[in-house]
Design a protein around this ligand. Structure first.
Ligand SMILES: Nc1nc2c(ncn2[C@@H]2O[C@@H]3COP(=O)(O)O[C@H]4[C@@H](O)[C@H](n5cnc6c(=O)[nH]c(N)nc65)O[C@@H]4COP(=O)(O)O[C@H]3[C@H]2O)c(=O)[nH]1
Length: 665
């Protein structure tokens, strides 16, 4: 499980737990509230039931008392014995009813107040009993006129006292019922409060969780949107967002009648930095380039990364002067060396500019045209170019040429030529320089100046150099096998000096071809050595340790500081042919050649003169102590077969190997 998915899992667990707690709270709330209400209802029901029974009993007692009082009066006025007896029976029955009701009341759970009233009723009933008995007997046995007095003065007052107590009992029960109802109301109010409180807590919790989930979801959606529209590495808008902005800008510019420019840019040596210094350094370079671009443009301009080392800048409503100014500023900003990790890198950029609506009024056309202009700028090595129709053809041709060159390297369409190098002391061949040509299927035989630049610009230099090294070492091995122990020189490009794998590759090839390292000369132009000194020095030191010979090519054409050159681990300098070819007619060239020979010797270096076309030049160089010469005087570059013939026939190769031809045959 990745850290990210672990994080998502733990958030998921937290959210689920939150919801679970909220649900549990809701359930607990429902249970507690229902239970509470059920209990309150049961209590109320019980109280009401009991109260109803008690009230009914008390009313029965009250009624029985009233009926018995009436019955006493009836018995007093009845004359018929039979009726009297009947009334007496009714009187007794009412007494029974009264007693049963009272006993039933007594058996019910009664409160202390009720018990008190009961005791009073029992007491009063007992006290009234003799009077009542007396009245009954007077009523049953004849018509005593004193009976009414007896009823009015003795019996009724006592009966009223009892009745008052029964009334008190009824009131008591009523007040108790009211209290019970109140209690039930209070209890249900508190249940309601509890419910509200718990409900509130649960709702709050659910709300908090909902807010949390909502926030996380919107953050996640924002992160996804950012990921979809912005480049991870540089934080710049990516191709999708750029296309969108471009379309919006077109619509806006159409409506308002405005113009805009898109500037497509790629880094000239990015692939090489990536391949040789590693992806980390490549990434750092892209980040630094983005920062420099952002610092150069206005806030309202858009800088996007389309992928790889390709950037685009959208300038809204710019003047032509502004476009030029920005393009210039960008190139200047990128011109300063980049300090990345432990490497210092120099890069160049090429920019193609297309204008709306002049060069196109839709996104596809504008981008394509900026692309064409960018390739033209790259080809002309001029930094930036505005689109023009004439670039279309050369851009297409350039792309075709590039893919043809790649195929040529893979399909062995390249050919190596060799130009002899002659030792001034012995006037005999001591080495050859390997020079590449391309046998193009349609264009014919192409010299290196027609494709080396393309190889450098398109990242093909590494494979081209590998091809040349392998073929040159194989040829050198063949010569050695034939007893011709001369060295072979191979040209390295500035690009090769950034290839950290180069020393190891060369060691592998030397091993494979069985050529001693001291027989390999690597020629590096002065400008290539100066291009990225720190990184070049690392590679040169490694090559020096391998015991291969290092030569500075085209010496005198650059502006190298002598102090720096003296620190380089080189063994040889080659004076550029432009000076050598001119030296017999141009005094300044002569001075340069002579002083370069002296300088080289003072630094302990071997000096080679190239471009020796005349015997006069040869003798002059011999006189000045030049170590070695190369030029048309001795031989033009030759195919491998012609070289063998030349070695066999030329006086410059006389005695070099007595049995060379025999061995080669
Ligand atoms: N006018 C005149 N020219 C002479 C004379 N002697 C030699 N040359 C020419 O001078 C060039 C010497 O090679 P370079 O300075 O390394 O200059 C080379 C080198 O920089 C580059 N090049 C050739 N092969 C390779 C290669 O395999 N790799 C790399 N990186 N560059 C190469 O192409 C350049 C041109 O090569 P080439 O056309 O073969 O041209 C060769 C050679 O034909 C002379 O007496 N008079």
């Amino acid at each position: 499980m990745t850290a990210n998915s672990k994080h998502h899992f733990s958030i998921g667990v937290r959210i689920a737990s939150g919801f679970l707690i909220a649900i549990m709270l809701m359930l607990a709330l429902t249970y507690v509230s229902l239970n509470h209400m059920e209990q309150a209802n049961a209590r109320l029901k019980n109280i009401v039931q009991k109260n109803n029974v008690k009230t009914e009993m008390a009313q029965i007692m009250q009624k029985a008392l009233r009926e018995r009082a009436l019955s006493m009066h009836i018995m007093a006025v009845l004359t018929d014995d039979f009726l009297k007896d009947e009334e007496y029976q009714r009187f007794n029955a009412l007494g029974g009813e009264y007693t049963r009701a009272r006993e039933k009341l007594e058996n019910l759970a009664v409160s202390p107040e009720e018990r008190k009233v009961f005791s009073r009723i029992i007491e009063l009933t007992r006290a009234a009993q003799p009077e009542v008995q007396k009245v009954i007997e007077m009523g049953l046995h004849g018509s005593d006129p004193g009976i009414f007095d007896q009823i009015r003065n003795e019996s009724m007052p006592k009966q009223r006292l009892i009745s008052e107590q029964v009334d008190a009992l009824i009131r008591l029960q009523q007040s108790q019922a009211a209290a019970a109802i109140k209690e039930a109301e209070t209890s249900s109010a508190s249940a309601r409060k509890t419910m509200l409180l718990l409900g509130g807590v649960a709702s709050l919790l659910t709300l908090v969780i909902a807010i949390f989930v909502g926030k996380r979801a919107s953050k996640h959606a924002q992160a996804l949107e950012h990921q979809a529209l912005y480049d991870d590495l540089t934080g710049l808008p990516n191709r999708t967002l750029f296309q969108d902005r471009l379309k919006q800008t077109i619509t806006h510019s159409q409506r308002e009648g405005l113009t805009f420019a898109i500037m497509l840019m790629d880094l000239d040596r990015f692939k090489e930095v990536n391949d040789t210094l590693g992806h980390n350094v490549g990434d750092l370079l892209l980040q630094e380039v983005s920062q420099r671009l952002l610092k150069t443009v206005r806030n309202s301009d858009t800088v996007a990364r389309l992928g790889g080392d390709e950037f685009v800048i959208l300038l809204e409503n710019p003047s032509e002067a502004y476009i030029q100014k920005i393009a210039q500023k960008i190139l200047e900003a990128l011109d300063h060396p980049f300090s990345l990790d432990q490497d210092v890198v120099d890069i160049n950029a090429s920019m193609g500019i297309a204008l709306y609506p002049e060069h196109g009024n839709d996104a596809v056309t504008l981008t394509q045209r900026a692309d064409v202009a960018m390739y033209a700028a790259k080809h002309d090595n001029c930094g930036f170019l505005l689109y023009s129709e004439s670039q279309e053809q050369s851009s297409r041709a350039h792309l075709t040429f590039k893919s043809e060159l790649r195929q040529a390297i893979e399909n062995d369409e390249l050919v190596l030529y060799f130009q002899p190098k002659i030792d001034h002391t012995t006037a005999r061949i001591m080495g050859v320089e390997a020079l590449v040509r391309w046998q193009h299927p349609k264009r014919g035989f192409l010299p290196p100046d027609q494709f080396i630049l393309t190889a450098e610009q398109t990242g093909l230099m590494q494979s081209l150099t590998h091809w040349v090294l392998e073929k040159a070492l194989l040829q050198c091995a063949a010569l050695h096998k034939a007893g011709i122990f001369i060295n072979v020189a191979v040209n390295l490009s500035a690009r090769n000096l950034h290839d950290k794998q180069l020393p190891a590759n060369i060691a592998r090839l030397l091993d494979k071809t069985n050529v001693e390292p001291s027989y390999l000369v690597l020629e590096i132009t002065e400008s290539a050595m100066m291009a990225d000194q720190a990184s070049a020095l690392v590679i040169l030191n490694q090559l020096d340790k391998m015991d291969v010979t290092l030569a500075i090519d085209d010496f005198g054409t650059g502006f190298s500081s002598l102090a720096y050159l003296s620190k380089l681990p080189v063994d040889e300098i080659k004076i550029d042919k432009s000076f050598v070819m001119e030296m017999m007619s141009d005094k300044q060239a002569l001075v340069i050649v002579k002083s370069t020979i002296d300088l080289g010797h003072n630094l302990g270096l071997k000096v080679v003169a190239e471009g020796v076309e005349t015997l006069e030049a040869w003798h002059a160089l011999t006189e000045w102590g030049c170590d070695c010469a190369q030029g048309y005087l001795m031989s033009k570059p030759l195919s491998a077969a012609d070289l063998m013939r030349w070695i066999n026939e030329s006086s410059w190769a006389e005695g070099i190997s007595a049995n060379s031809m025999k061995n080669l045959a």
